[in-house]
Design a protein around this ligand. Structure first.
Ligand code: ATP
Length: 341
């Protein structure tokens, strides 16, 4: 379909919700209307294409949503989309409503679904909507900034009570298999230990020694930010308490990290990305993912984006280690011996 001027597009949110998705939906709808396109909002991700659950959107349908968390289009995980019959059915719905281009706001899995639709002749553009920052082609994903700020504020609060009771606190943050949320919280909250799946060596004895050592030096609290991908915070707390004699509690922040009003960054970047998605469709482009890399918004081929491997930024991790006084995989010891006693 490349080259043909499209007249109607659709937008959906898929996978886990993320604050800022509404700003992206709003941008897609308003940019599309501004360019003279008809635009459908598709409900509950790919489920909406299976069930023809969609609505033609007007500008007022996206009024008063830029500041809201969640997604007004709802989101879902659609097993049927993984089957060829499901993909054909989804494409048939698109054709029935004249939807020639589709903006998919979600994570890697959602792009795989989009790619399948592209193979059925629908132009698709992916926007990175996930709090996990686990999409390899981009240094920014919609929702990460809000989520990290939400978690940071919660950890500050846990820290207050942890210090008052002279406890050790293990705070588990989301991120699925990726450690970015934990690493950023660890830096932002001044955690003593930051455990992320990409780098943690599971040597708990080092953590125990560190707690005992810091207590000897008079430290009143010990904050461990643990990534979901490492997990097992409750059992870790029991073992650490038994080994150190320091009261240790686990707090799992959970889904509160997905909600809340998006930050300015998430609202603005999501708005920009939403407009870019429509512009790409108008240029006849398909199978692209919009990302933010090396200081600018760029778009990448979906296949290439999916093939890239997201690693932890080495220097950010070095900063996290240096600031936390924790231990790295290769056993490097803390550098800020006397800080925050
Ligand atoms: P998050 O990172 O928040 O979990 P995600 O987009 O990666 O977001 P998934 O559950 O992996 O979330 O994928 C969302 C939906 O995309 C799935 O429910 C399914 O409908 C579709 N999808 C995922 N993988 C494929 C695939 N290989 N082929 C076709 N469709 C897929």
């Amino acid at each position: 379909m490349a080259g043909k001027k499209i007249k109607t597009i659709g937008v959906l949110t898929s996978g886990g919700d993320a604050p800022g998705m509404n700003a992206a939906i709003r941008a897609v709808v308003r940019r599309a209307l501004g360019k003279g396109l008809k635009v459908y909002g598709i409900y509950r991700g790919y489920d909406g294409l299976m069930d023809e659950d969609l609505k033609e959107m007007q500008a007022q349908d996206v009024s008063d949503i830029i500041q809201k968390g969640g997604t007004i289009l709802y989101t879902a995980r659609c097993a049927e989309m993984r089957t060829e019959e499901g993909q054909i059915r989804a494409a048939e719905t698109c054709r029935k409503y004249g939807i020639e281009g589709l903006v998919v706001i979600g994570g890697d899995g959602s792009y795989r679904g989009a790619q399948c639709l592209a193979h059925q002749g629908i132009n698709v553009i992916g926007l990175p909507g996930t709090i996990d920052l686990d999409i390899s082609c981009t240094e920014y994903t919609i929702g990460f900034d809000t989520s990290v700020n939400t978690a940071m504020e919660a950890i500050d609060k846990v820290r207050d009570t942890s210090t008052s009771h002279e406890r050790c606190s293990i705070i588990e943050v989301m991120g699925r298999h990726a450690g970015y949320l934990a690493m950023w919280c660890g830096i932002a909250n001044g955690a003593e230990e930051i455990l992320i799946p990409e780098r943690y060596d599971y040597d708990e004895q080092k953590i125990i020694d560190n707690i005992i050592d810091s207590r000897r030096r008079g430290k009143k609290h010990h904050i461990i930010v643990n990534a979901e991908g490492v997990g097992h915070s409750a059992s870790m707390a029991r073992r650490i308490e038994a080994a150190t004699g320091v009261e240790t509690r686990a707090t799992i922040l959970g889904h509160m990290q997905r909600g809340g009003n998006p930050t300015a960054k998430d609202r603005v970047y999501a708005s920009i990305m939403g407009c870019i998605a429509v512009d790409l469709l108008l240029e006849g482009k398909s199978e692209r993912v919009v990302g933010y890399k090396n200081g600018k918004f760029q778009d990448f081929n979906i296949d290439e984006a999916l093939a890239m491997v997201k690693g932890i930024d080495d220097y950010q991790f070095e900063v996290a280690t240096a600031m936390s006084g924790g231990y790295t995989k290769d056993g490097a010891k803390k550098v800020l011996e006397d800080e925050e006693l």
